[in-house]
Design a protein around this ligand. Structure first.
Ligand code: AMP
Length: 215
């Protein structure tokens, strides 16, 4: 299956990034993670990174106009290739702008996937999340045999905490999700094509369920 256009939604820490990467691999799609793009821009100290860093550190959303510029540029570079959007859209303004952008290019969204998880599980996962400083692979401390001393299983890189994975910041991101992103879920629910999956189980089972929901 090629050329699909998918969106994955869910609270921070629901496993969107992990699942989007797996879906992209399985269905040969481009994985577009706005969070990863912004973290790369911050690390590379670009103009975009400079604008985004403060918002990200405090768990706030980066302003819509910045995000829309970024996503427009990314989608334009993909041509006919299918994609899965991870972390975008996060506000109604972004959802509406994306819809008009896609309409102009004659692209339809094939499926919107929603991963639902209990907020307390999200907090726990955020505190236990470690990412590879080098290749950005995501791990959970409870699955790492070497605990805090573990290295990345893919590239041997150092595992670090994301600066926005502090408890206060995680809770603020959850509140912002409810206030600003929940309406995006409703936006797509009204338009049809939304599939909800429980994100509290095993990673492999969740992937299988998501793939079933897409096909
Ligand atoms: P994520 O990796 O998706 O959790 O994103 C990390 C952070 O990047 C978020 O907490 C926001 O500060 C910022 N961010 C990512 N995507 C968006 C977006 N679509 N709109 C606004 N801010 C975003």
């Amino acid at each position: 299956m090629k050329g699909l256009h998918l969106i994955i939604l869910g609270p921070p820490g629901a496993g969107k990034g992990t699942q989007a990467a797996r879906i992209a691999r399985e269905l040969d799609l481009e994985h577009l993670s706005t969070g990863d793009m912004l973290r790369e821009a911050v690390a590379a100290k670009t103009e975009l990174g400079g604008k985004a860093e403060g918002f990200m550190k405090s768990g706030l959303l980066v302003p819509d106009e910045i995000m829309l510029g970024l996503i427009r540029e990314q989608l334009a570079g993909l041509g006919d290739r299918g994609w899965i959007l991870d972390g975008f859209p996060r506000t109604i303004e972004q959802a509406e702008a994306l819809s008009s952008m896609l309409e102009e290019s004659g692209i339809g969204i094939d499926r919107v996937l929603l991963i639902e998880v209990d907020p307390e599980i999200v907090v726990r996962r955020g505190l236990d999340r470690r990412i590879c400083k080098n290749c950005k692979a995501v791990y959970n401390l409870s699955n790492l045999p070497g605990g805090e001393k573990s290295r990345c299983e893919k590239c041997g890189g150092e595992l670090v905490k994301r600066p926005d994975d502090e408890e206060g910041t995680i809770r603020r991101r959850l509140e912002i999700y409810e206030k600003q992103t929940r309406p995006v879920v409703e936006f797509f629910q009204e338009r049809g094509g939304l599939a909800t999956v429980d994100g509290s189980g095993e990673i492999d089972d969740i992937t299988a369920e998501l793939i079933r929901a897409i096909k």
